[in-house]
Design a protein. Sequence first.
Length: 60
Amino acid sequence: MNDDPKRAAKVRQQRRLSAALRENLKRRKAQAQSRAAPSGAPGGPSHDSAGIGGKNEQER
């Protein structure tokens, strides 16, 4: 008699936990893939948006 509400609550809790863990795994996989993907050209020249990178070399 009293076990039914407790069992139903336990089942709901387990389903919520399962869904949360699934979403967490998806998020972590996406993060790992983005970290593993190369981002731009490593060791390439830096972007000089201010236009001041070559000034010091010209003055020397």
